[in-house]
Design a protein around this ligand. Structure first.
Ligand SMILES: O=C(CO)[C@H](O)[C@H](O)COP(=O)(O)O
Length: 306
């Protein structure tokens, strides 16, 4: 099948390559002329034969909106746009309506698999009409992992990105749990073989998983993770998951805590804990640590046991 792909970053370029290896004709556009097949989105559209299908693989928010706007101007009735980026599901409804007003179809597709997808395939979570999904099935079949699973038509427009968002929320909490377990094991003088312990868990345990395999891979390269700083960014999916939880009044303690742990990781000092320390000092005369590094006078009545 013929497909245009806009956005040839880490994900888009590998997906284009997997599709080419699967026998599809791919016309790729990227802002970086060194990796682009065409010089503009306009040229990409011209190179495709109607009815066209264009896969958008650019960052969520402004870049995706701009691309959808441009495709709305350039494509014709009967063409189809697939947003395969990590868009917020609430944007999909808007994009679907804007394109539908011009007779252009729209699907949203959550994609999981990261840089390993080229070789292992990508898990795909799709939202949109049955007819449009059917039309894109040759592409989905090539992108997905081999085997029975790895593809789902989750529901209406927005459903694909909604379930991908929840998938990422789960990903946050699982990673946080591995991180906390690692820290607790490291804290004990009893355990002298930390990487070996995690490695042993790869087989037979209840928590064996791909994330554990990846952690073991990281520990093999850097057994104490000394080359890293404990700083974790986020690109929005965890925040949207927590927002959706508030909207639906669904309790999400583990996922919320893992999102907030990332925020905490970016602080050199905690204003909130300065307040806690100040109040303990005010009501109980408990010791505080000076910002200049020296302890203030006043013994803590309940010093932490170490
Ligand atoms: O979708 C993904 C994995 O499934 C992306 O790697 C995403 O960037 C992960 O989210 P965050 O950047 O917020 O950790």
């Amino acid at each position: 099948m013929e497909l245009g792909i806009i956005g040839l970053g880490k994900m888009g370029a590998n997906m284009a390559e997997r599709l080419r290896r699967g026998g599809h004709t791919i016309v790729g556009y990227d802002r970086n002329p060194d990796i682009s097949d065409v010089g503009s989105v306009e040229e990409l559209v011209e190179r495709l034969s109607p009815p066209r299908a264009v896969w958008v693989m650019v960052p969520a928010g402004g870049p995706t909106q701009d691309t959808v706007n441009r495709l709305g101007e350039l494509l014709s009735p009967g063409d189809l746009v697939v947003d395969g980026g990590n868009s917020h599901y609430v944007d999909d409804q808007k994009h679907g309506e804007e394109l539908a007003a011009k007779g252009i179809g729209f699907l949203d597709c959550g994609v999981s698999g990261g840089v390993w997808g080229l070789q292992n395939g990508y898990a795909l979570m799709v939202g949109g009409d049955d007819d449009n999904v059917k039309r894109m099935m040759p592409i989905f079949e090539t992108l997905k992992p081999e085997g029975e699973y790895g593809f789902v038509h989750s529901g209406k427009i927005g459903a694909g990105h909604y379930v991908k968002m929840v998938h990422n929320g789960i990903e946050y909490a699982m990673m946080q749990a591995f991180g906390e377990g690692y820290e607790l094991i490291e804290a004990s003088p009893l355990v002298t073989r930390v990487p070996e312990t995690f490695l042993s868990w790869q087989e037979g345990t209840v928590i064996r998983s791909w994330l554990l395999d990846l952690l073991n891979r990281a520990l093999k390269d850097d057994p104490e993770l000394d080359d890293l700083r404990g700083y974790a960014n986020d690109s929005g999916e965890g925040r949207w998951t927590v927002q959706a939880a508030v909207e639906h009044a669904v309790p999400l303690p583990a996922i919320s805590a893992s999102l907030f742990a990332r925020f905490a990781s970016r602080q050199d000092d905690s204003p909130a804990m300065r307040v806690v320390a100040a109040l303990r000092n005010q009501f109980g005369g408990h010791a505080i640590e000076s910002a200049k590094g020296a302890d203030s006078p006043g013994a803590d009545v309940n010093p932490p046991k170490v």
